[in-house]
Design a protein around this ligand. Structure first.
Ligand SMILES: C[S@@+](CC[C@H](N)C(=O)[O-])C[C@H]1O[C@@H](n2cnc3c(N)ncnc32)[C@H](O)[C@@H]1O
Length: 326
């Protein structure tokens, strides 16, 4: 591919429209070896990746992955400029397919900064935002078949209610699902917003913006299978590590926070067993918490003020302590 010049530090990511969240904290959590091999499983516009590269030696390696073609195009430009970088287009749940056989179990660190990027949200053609009129798409990877419109116009009412309730934690999920089905076909973000507004008006709720956010989040999580992906991604990230390697994850809402917290607790404490059973190797911990992160850190007040997207962020990290599988 043709290499064009692009900024080589994290300011480049900001110019490209994405301000990385908890940049120092994330990189501090994983950068254990300046000569090591690393993965940034959610490249976005490369803010975390560039900052990590600046800490590493010339012999280090960094595999960067994203399921979004625009992010991958930016990553390929970075790879043109920096021979330590390799690029994978796909899901982090399939991380193993992107690593050479010899590299599996040899990584010093894996970073995951999940959810959507600012360029995805700000592009009205992607359909992620209720603030921009556009098609109901919401696919992070536009090679996938399922769009928000296909799902909303085809799924049974009970499934739509379930998704809005579970992934949006929205109390009017059943009423919303009923009205969505009655209003089909929905084609645009404006159509979905109008359904939410009409449902809330009849439910006498005042919190319209909160409800738009919850419904759009729920549909996005469903379309991109985000929680199952995170579940697979955590296992893949841990499997890719060598002993002493670390996985650090930034999540943006309570469902993701909980999934990571529970998985990390199991690795750090070992699985919960009935008291009288003897403790076998399989029940012993396989990880420890990273000191700088403890049970999780939030962005500073200054970062939250400067970057509204950071407000709900939580960073959690663990270090692998044994070769044994979790
Ligand atoms: C919050 S942004 C990451 C921003 C990045 N850390 C930076 O500093 O620019 C999340 C990115 O992860 C990607 N992503 C989300 N889920 C993914 C998955 N399951 N597999 C691969 N990429 C994913 C999105 O396409 C998006 O580009």
């Amino acid at each position: 591919m043709e290499c064009i010049s692009s900024p080589s530090n994290w300011a480049g990511a900001r110019e490209a429209g994405h301000v990385p969240v908890m940049l120092e904290e994330m990189v501090n959590a994983v950068a254990v070896d300046r000569n090591g091999d690393y993965v940034d499983a959610t490249f976005g516009r490369g803010g975390h990746a560039r900052h990590l590269l600046a800490r590493l030696s010339t012999t280090a390696k960094l595999l960067v992955i994203d399921r979004d073609a625009d992010a991958v195009a930016t990553a390929r430009q970075l790879a043109c400029q920096d021979s330590r970088v390799r690029v994978g287009h796909g899901r982090f749940g399939a991380l193993r397919e992107h690593l050479d056989d010899g590299a599996w179990g040899r990584q010093s660190g894996v970073m995951l900064d999940v959810g959507v990027s600012s360029p995805q949200i700000d592009d009205s053609a992607r359909g992620f935002s209720f603030d921009h009129a556009g098609p109901l798409d919401m696919r992070m990877d536009r090679r996938d078949q399922l769009t928000a419109a296909t799902w909303l116009n085809g799924a049974p009412q009970t499934e739509i209610a379930d998704v809005i309730r579970r992934f949006g934690e929205e109390r009017y999920a059943s009423r919303l699902a009923k009205r969505i089905v009655a209003s089909r076909p929905l084609q645009t973000t404006t159509d979905l917003k109008a359904v939410v507004a009409a449902t809330l008006a009849s439910s006498r709720s005042r919190a319209a913006a909160g409800a738009y956010a919850r419904v759009f989040q729920a549909v996005r999580i469903r379309v991109n299978d985000e929680l199952a992906e995170l579940d697979r991604g955590l296992d893949a990230a841990f499997g890719a590590l060598k002993v002493g390697g670390r996985v650090a994850v930034i999540t943006f809402h309570s469902l993701e926070h909980r999934l990571v917290r529970q998985r990390f607790r199991r690795w750090v404490e070992g699985p919960a067993l009935p008291r009288r059973l003897p403790v076998t190797d399989a029940a012993r911990p396989v990880a420890r918490r990273v000191d700088t992160v403890g049970k999780g850190v939030r962005p500073s007040d200054a970062e939250r003020d400067a970057n509204p997207r950071a407000r709900s962020a939580l960073l959690q990290a663990v270090e692998k302590t044994t070769e044994r599988d979790p």
